[in-house]
Design a protein around this ligand. Sequence first.
Ligand code: PMP
Length: 427
Amino acid sequence: MSSLHQRHLAVSPDWLALYYKNPVEITHGEGRHVWDADGRRYLDFFGGILTTMTAHALPEVTKAVSEQAGRIIHSSTLYLNRPMVELAERIATLSGIPDARVFFTTSGTEANDTALLLATTYRRSNQILAMRNSYHGRSFSAVSITGNSAWSPTNLSPLQTLYVHGGVRTRGPYAHLSDAEFIAGCVADLEDLLGHTREPAALIAEPIQGVGGFTSPPDGLYAAFRRVLDRHGILWISDEVQTGWGRSGEHFWGWQAHGENGPPDILTFAKGIGNGMSIGGVVARADVMNCLDANSISTFGGSPVTMAAGLANLSYLLEHDLQGNARRVGGLLIERLRAIGAASECVREVRGRGLMIGIELVKPGTDEANPEAAAAVLEAAREGGLLIGKGGGHNTSVLRIAPPLSLTIPEAEEGAEILAEALRSVE
Ligand code: PMP
């Protein structure tokens, strides 16, 4: 065990789990690569857990950050802040929400917390509808709407959460239904639930579940939910912390695959927009955002340095059509991984959209989750020079692939080769 690992274990909480038996210490990065403290280079297929949206050490972001830091790092949130207003304007327009207001936070958790504050206040209800297998953050309220028990360490929150079907497609009673039947079944379940509860404030959902293993409901599920929610006045919160900014390739936001009946009332974002700088936020219809009748402030939310990073990163993302790149390169990578998966007894399914790809592992010849194989593939891929993630409910048997969106085709092919070898080595 390295001495830094020992020191980490001595000062960190036990629940702050690290990847790998011999955890990696990342010292620097460039493009789609990172280097560890021993000088070893890795292809990064996890993008710093989706925070590196464009590329590591993107010169445009580094320049914007250092120029802004050289001017002023932070002034009071009670004064005007030009980079914040500029980024808010751009996000408001991109969000698709009419008459949108934007509030910046420092994390996805705080963004969801704020969304819950807004929705419960607006609707004067502490009931929240959330999806099974969901993940929404680590605060007291966010864990209480997190359907994935591996990430929800308490049930003592004053929020009352009701879990809705639709979060997991691949297992359970709905597994063998067609898309239309699946949607109809989930809608019937939601209607049944609403028949014997008080009036919930909101439904919160990740359009594609991230921590839950990149599970994606059929297009239109949330549009169908929306029709039911609208009849009750229940708000729709789309948690775009992982799906935002074009990662799914086909859409800029995940909700757009479900937008037939309009955009969400509240959208939350974080992770990739700052390319590693801590930006989170909430976009909401003005009447929803303005329902609070007391002051609310975030000392560091919207800080000029993070906003400068966000502006530079967003400009790069749009100017270089990284959403289109995610669609093209992600499409090829999914195809390649499906071919690799077909040859492996451990692979149950390769799923995903754009550069958000999950590989679900099972015990050979069964439908049983295989977390041991997932852990072993993670280790073997690292040995081969590739960093990937894992997730998928409490059994973590899904390999998660989410590289920076500037991934090139040769890099996608190289990563797929390393993964194929890693899978072969654990069979
Ligand atoms: N929502 C989703 C969908 C997430 O994936 C995450 C982080 N994994 C969060 C919220 C919480 O974000 P943060 O870690 O920035 O608090």
